[in-house]
Design a binder for this molecule. Structure first.
Ligand SMILES: [Fe+2]
Ligand SMILES: [Fe+2]
Length: 307
């Protein structure tokens, strides 16, 4: 996803993307040249291209997804997906509120006008995710409910000192978590046709969100003071520990649909660790919580028999 995917197109009709980007240096100058007045601390040229890519990949949910596709005929399977999706819905809704709040703060801190445009599109992506999961929950027969148990995550991720940096690093964890979960959910032997379609399209957006972080975070890390780094480390540890603890409540449901909680967390931690290494800190920079089974209860979930 280095550049907009238009270069695949062979036609060069005026007004088409090929025309804009490849046949005219004047168009390239006009459309690809960043505009920030201040000295941005991030790679504005890359962010501008990512903005264009993001806009070209926007999708209209009722057109892209067939809302007529069936969900699972078995009550217990629908209920397991409903409990899992309620948490996913809460996290997406929280992510939407947080990004809407953090957009201007991030653009100011990074001194980048390009970040404003790009994040506005990412914010729209998150709104679409909320809308789609909301509809999925309704199809499963569960009301879409924001679970306040997870609300603290959004607060830790975007309040306090270094809040822009903290939010960006927190997003690295949450976007990795979402991407890994969606891939596993799509591959689940119990996923229904609608759920599989939903995961497929959400994954495309989430991987672009990760791409943005891989552009900006090395520069953010470079400029972070020793105190800032210590703050980010502590807050990231809390977020991961909280996730480790709260996912226990979903362990029985996720096992039932074929997603092992430990495998999921290990994969996310590994991805995050690798990413930090790419930002120029050692693999030991971040402290990861132990993944424990203690307190893991399978008795809290009872699957009703099919009536
Ligand atoms: Fe999302
Ligand atoms: Fe996202």
């Amino acid at each position: 996803m280095e550049t907009p995917d238009h270069h695949e197109t062979k036609t060069s009709t005026p007004g088409s993307s090929t025309f804009m980007f490849h046949n005219s240096p004047a168009m390239q100058e006009l459309l690809l040249k960043p505009i920030s007045k201040d000295n941005p601390i991030v790679n504005d040229a890359k962010i501008r291209r990512l903005y264009l890519q993001a806009t070209s990949q926007q999708w209209y949910a009722p057109q892209k997804l067939n809302f007529d596709l069936p969900v699972d005929p078995h009550e217990e399977t629908r209920q397991a997906w409903a409990r899992i999706s309620e948490v996913f819905y809460t996290l997406e809704k929280m992510g939407l509120n947080v990004i809407a709040n953090m957009m201007p703060k991030a653009a100011g801190k990074l001194k980048s006008d390009e970040v404003v445009n790009y994040l506005a599109v990412q914010c729209h992506d998150e709104a679409r995710h909320v809308f789609v999961i909301e509809s999925y929950l309704k199809k499963l027969g569960a009301p879409p409910v924001y679970n306040h148990k997870y609300h603290v995550l959004g607060q830790v991720a975007s309040l306090g000192f270094y809040r822009v940096e903290n939010w960006l690093f927190s997003t690295l964890f949450s976007e990795n978590f979402a991407s890994t979960f969606l891939r596993k959910a799509k591959a689940s032997p119990r996923i229904d046709p609608f759920g599989a379609e939903m995961c497929k399209y959400l994954m495309i957006d989430e991987s672009r969100h990760l791409h943005f972080l891989h552009i900006v975070l090395p520069d953010v890390m470079d400029r972070l003071s020793v105190l800032g780094k210590a703050y980010v480390k502590a807050s990231q540890y809390f977020i991961m520990k909280f996730s480790e603890a709260t996912t226990k409540a979903l362990a029985a449901d996720s096992d039932y649909v074929g997603i092992n909680r430990r495998d999921l967390l290990e994969e996310v931690f590994e991805n995050v660790e690798k990413a930090y290494e790419g930002f120029g800190v050692t693999r030991q920079f971040l402290r990861f919580p132990k993944i424990t089974e203690k307190g893991l209860s399978t008795a809290t979930v009872s699957y009703p028999s099919v009536s």
